[in-house]
Design a protein around this ligand. Structure first.
Ligand code: PBG
Length: 329
């Protein structure tokens, strides 16, 4: 039997040919940098479980925002951490126009204006004394509908502070619709919503809990998803889009690449993925031990998330990766 001598290696022979046929490229504009700012800090403070990342002071936050924009980063996601002792049962610091998150949004907008997309976390967990993403009912469970009323007010406060896009991350049912309705009623029809649509109750958020000094005891399994469930993620995404989500996100990213692909194939809105703190910490720890090539693993991880179908990636390496990518292309 004769057959043509087909050799896939022809297209891998030189760097120039490989570049010509490369299917997936990550651009700096597709990366979003999550940033932590803590009330009352005068100097940035290291986060031990996230080597290289810090809790910012208001001043260092502005500088980090500026540096990200200079590197071409497409967006910033701001998380506020109240001063020690400044949390309460209802997370009122998150709604306060002078609370750290709203102050930080104004600072960052003053620094970068419309040159990048300024996003803020629409969730109460950084501000509640019990660490849950909403307020508690008498039986200790998270009260979905009472929480929605607070998210509505919190969202309007963030839009008033100047946020371009709100990250609805609390996994309450109806949260996107509640925020959309409140924004529209307050005249913020153009403030967009990034829905953390498929957010899993996994263990990859551990370092983040240090970063925001979370008070959480227990877990979030009554509102975030079970890691084994895929169809349920599609249902969450459909609901968020019906409620008015402008972008839907999968979180974490690398352990859930199949979910990213299934959502990409299903919807027409932009799909984002969040490379979370545990993904970051694993790579930093292995690299610090000399076990992996840090820069290559960072770029390979971002490429895999993009290849799976995410066109926007939240990553703590956004500024640095943007610089690597600029040198590359
Ligand atoms: C909730 C929120 C969390 C993260 C982002 N938004 C924590 C959680 O769900 O427990 C985690 C991000 C990360 O691990 O990098 N406001």
């Amino acid at each position: 039997m004769s057959y043509p001598d087909i050799r896939p290696r022809r297209l891998r022979r030189s760097a120039a040919i490989r570049r010509l046929v490369e299917e997936t490229r990550v651009a700096p504009a597709e990366l979003v940098l999550p940033l932590f700012v803590k009330e009352g800090l005068t100097e940035p403070k290291a986060i031990s479980s996230m080597p290289g990342s810090v809790q910012h002071s208001r001043e260092s936050l502005r500088k980090a925002a500026h540096d990200a924009v200079s590197a071409g980063v497409g967006g910033l996601m701001i998380y506020g951490v109240p001063a020690d002792g400044n949390k309460d049962e209802t997370g009122s610091g998150g709604l306060d126009p002078d609370g750290i998150l709203n102050v930080a949004i104004r600072d960052v907008i003053a620094e970068v204006g419309d040159s990048t997309v300024v996003m803020s976390d629409l969730c109460l967990d950084e501000f509640t004394s019990h660490g849950h993403c909403g307020v508690l009912a008498d039986d200790g469970s998270v009260d979905n509908d009472a929480t929605l009323a607070l998210y509505a007010e919190m969202g309007v406060a963030q839009a008033t502070a100047g946020a371009h896009m709100l990250g609805a991350s609390g996994m309450m049912d109806g949260q996107v619709g509640a925020a959309r309705k409140a924004l529209d009623a307050a005249g913020f029809k153009d403030t967009a919503i990034l829905a953390y649509a498929a957010k899993y109750a996994g263990a990859f958020y551990g370092p983040f809990r240090e970063a925001v000094e979370s008070s959480l005891q227990g877990d979030r399994r009554q509102y975030q998803q079970d890691p084994g469930n895929a169809r349920e993620a599609l249902r969450e995404v459909d609901l968020d889009i019906a409620e008015g989500a402008d972008i839907v996100m999968v979180k974490p990213a690398m352990p859930y690449l199949d979910i990213i692909t299934r959502i990409r194939d299903r919807v027409d809105v932009p799909v984002a993925a969040y490379q979370v703190s545990g993904e970051y910490a694993m790579v930093e720890a292995a690299a610090a031990n000399g076990w992996i090539d840090r820069e290559r693993v960072i770029l390979e991880s971002l490429t895999s998330i993009k290849r799976a179908g995410a066109q926007i990636i939240l990553t703590y390496w956004a500024t640095e990766a943007a610089q690597f990518l600029r040198d590359r292309y």
